[in-house]
Ligand binder design. Structure first.
Ligand code: PLP
Length: 621
């Protein structure tokens, strides 16, 4: 279990039971009994829902939301800050109704609000029970309809703030507000000049796509004043990009945001809210380092840095402390979902059987097999070099037509047999393992019943690292190192970068598969962005989703289930009418029956197979 570094990245939510299973626990309830994940999967399977499955854990969502608010509230108290904190959830990070519903329920006591970056997201926000004093922040590019709805929602008592992203946008807001006769609440997105590191660094700096630079800001202030809308400008917004790895960047950016805030206030803007956008990162690797998949700070540090920076800057300028707003989505939802898939089979890069050397073998085949004698001991590297050399020579002979397929097969099998011996000899010895892995022949392939493109799109698109590990048999030493392939017909559909206790690696330690066993792998912290970014590559649809609530006694309650897409559903997404497909197929079968190619029993089988598949899962049953 120690191999996977779970102690570092598990965030107190995950642990391994004495009998080797990953178990879920609520960190805020240290006395509660953890719930073993394999038992959860077995129980939902008994209800007809099998892996691949996204498991949402109700308490994990609440836990992150609470942690964020408690961290801001205590930073505010400790710093003697006079303003308060108001969080909003950026809907784009996870739009699922079930997630938003939970967040709204758990967020009532914090007056938790929502951020909408598009018209559909605004429609979602307006359908939610937003607390009376919560914010509804409207970011992104907005057309007239978006703006009209946002302004009209003021009449329902919502604190809807339209964040001006461009000068043109203000002209539409002005026209619509005058037309409706409703005073809007306005914000302005400023373009900070500070740049940050990390995967989303393009969102920061003066070349970023969104927001107003210094010149446009001055122009906007003039237009707001001239048109009589200056008194509506209550919020200043800035955003550095998601997953900011370095706390120094957070502090520098907050400092610069304060400079804009002070200047805009001095120019007459009645600003009351400073919105610092997203950026609060998740430590996916647990390394606490300022790199792309980790962060060098805790949530408490993040909040303290922001609160202190704002307090110092505004005290110095003699300006009242504003309400601090953040749009932290990743931090709030990432931990709450776990993706679990089953391993279907393995392609092993070793062979248990040693091919006997035959008198009619090519001499290179017997040379290859003779390498076995010196694998153990000081000639390990020499043996490795020789084995690869003989194998490659035999491949070259095959390509030139000098040996046949049967000899090539014996050469490949002989090499795989030796590979097993190399792996065994290198196990536990770092130098030998490195020599062996540098030659790249030692990683097995385990095939998982999932689509990377559908369920872990950021792994494919931006090399996102998620912690992952087998969820059972962790009291047995894994005997293999594997990369994981998915079931799409795409060579990009693979997982080959893993977080381990001693750094990252290209192979995941896994166990030998046993006959009839469900060998499950869990991918953790997938609650942010993944579900809707996923696509239908090869027409693999949404996986099953199950929300559970831990009961603290080692068990759980199922709160919600969403069944995976059926093939018929997926076909309709790409504009096929499944009924028409079935009809066409049926007619084709009838023609074959008429012409005598298919008998009545085969006809029944064919139609049933097509119908069953339409109603069935896109994944392996
Ligand atoms: N707010 C805005 C304007 C964003 O563009 C984003 C995402 O990049 C967020 C909030 C969410 O940020 P995070 O992923 O850090 O939670």
């Amino acid at each position: 279990e120690g191999l996977y570094g779970l102690d570092a990245w598990g965030s107190g939510m995950l642990e391994v039971t004495p009998d080797g299973a990953v178990a879920l626990r609520v960190p805020q309830a240290p006395d509660a009994k953890p719930t073993p994940l394999p038992e959860v999967i077995a129980a939902i399977e008994a209800r007809g829902i099998s892996a691949p499955v996204v498991l949402r854990v109700h308490q994990f969502l609440e836990q992150s939301l609470t942690q964020l608010h408690e961290a801001f509230n205590s930073a505010i108290e400790n710093a003697g800050y006079k303003g308060r904190y108001r969080g909003v959830f950026p809907i784009k990070v996870n739009q699922q109704a079930e997630v938003i519903g939970h967040l709204m329920a758990a967020g009532q006591k914090f007056s938790y609000g929502l951020e909408a970056g598009s018209k559909p997201e605004l429609m979602i926000a307006l359908s939610q029970p937003l607390p009376e004093d919560a914010l509804l922040i409207c970011n992104g590019s907005k057309d007239e309809a978006f703006i009209r709805l946002a302004i009209l929602s003021r009449k329902l008592g919502h604190n809807t703030v339209i964040v001006i992203e461009t000068l043109d946008e203000f002209e539409i807001i002005r026209r619509v507000a005058e037309d409706l006769g409703i005073r809007p609440l306005l914000g302005v997105r400023v373009k900070l000049t500070e740049r940050v590191t990390g995967k989303w660094q393009e969102s920061s700096g003066d070349r970023s796509t969104f927001g107003l630079g210094a010149h446009d800001l001055v122009t906007l202030m003039g237009r707001l004043r001239d048109s009589g809308f200056l008194d509506c400008l209550v919020l200043q917004h800035s955003h550095l990009g998601s997953q900011v790895p370095n706390i120094f960047d957070i502090r520098r950016a907050a400092d610069e945001a304060c400079r804009f805030f002070v200047e805009l206030t001095r120019m007459g803007a009645p600003l009351t809210h400073m919105d610092l956008g997203g950026g609060l990162g998740v430590d996916y690797t647990g390394e606490r380092r300022p790199d792309e998949n980790s962060v060098n700070y805790t949530v408490n540090e993040y909040c303290t840095n922001i609160v202190e920076t704002i307090r110092y800057a505004l005290d110095e300028a003699g300006i009242a402390h504003p309400t601090i707003v953040t749009e932290s989505g990743r931090f709030v939802v990432a931990h709450s979902s776990i993706f679990i898939f089953e391993v279907l089979g393995a392609t092993l890069y070793d062979a248990p059987e040693k091919p006997e050397v035959r008198p009619d073998d090519h001499h290179l085949v017997s040379d290859l097999m003779a390498v076995e004698a010196y694998i153990g001991g000081p000639r390990f590297q020499e043996a490795l070099n020789d084995a690869i050399y003989y194998r490659d020579e035999l491949r070259a002979l095959f390509r030139r037509g000098q040996i046949g397929l049967e000899q090539l097969s014996r050469a490949e099998q002989g090499f795989l047999y030796l590979a097993g011996l190399f792996k065994a000899a290198a196990r536990g010895d770092e130098t030998l393992s490195e020599a062996a892995s540098a030659l790249g022949a030692f990683t097995d392939h385990y095939q998982g019943n999932f689509s990377l493109f559908q369920s872990l799109p950021d792994v494919w698109a931006i090399d996102q690292l998620h912690p992952m590990m087998p969820i059972q048999r962790l009291n047995e030493l894994p005997s293999r190192n594997a990369m994981i392939t998915d079931i799409t017909c795409d060579s990009d559909g693979k997982l080959d970068h893993f977080i381990l206790a001693d750094g990252t690696a290209n192979a995941l330690p896994v166990h030998d598969l046993r006959e009839g066993e469900h060998y499950l792998i869990g991918v953790f912290f997938v609650g942010a962005y993944q579900e809707t970014l996923g696509d239908l590559h090869n027409l693999f649809g949404d996986a099953n989703v199950v929300t559970i609530s831990l009961d603290g006694q080692g068990g759980f309650d199922i709160e919600h289930e969403t069944e995976a897409d059926t093939i018929a559903e997926v076909l309709s997404y790409v504009e096929y009418d499944p009924r028409l497909c079935l009809e066409t197929f049926r007619k084709r079968v009838e023609r074959a029956v008429k012409s005598g190619k298919v008998n009545a029993a085969e006809r029944r089988q064919m139609i049933a197979a097509y119908k069953d598949s339409l109603a069935g899962s896109t994944y392996f049953d």
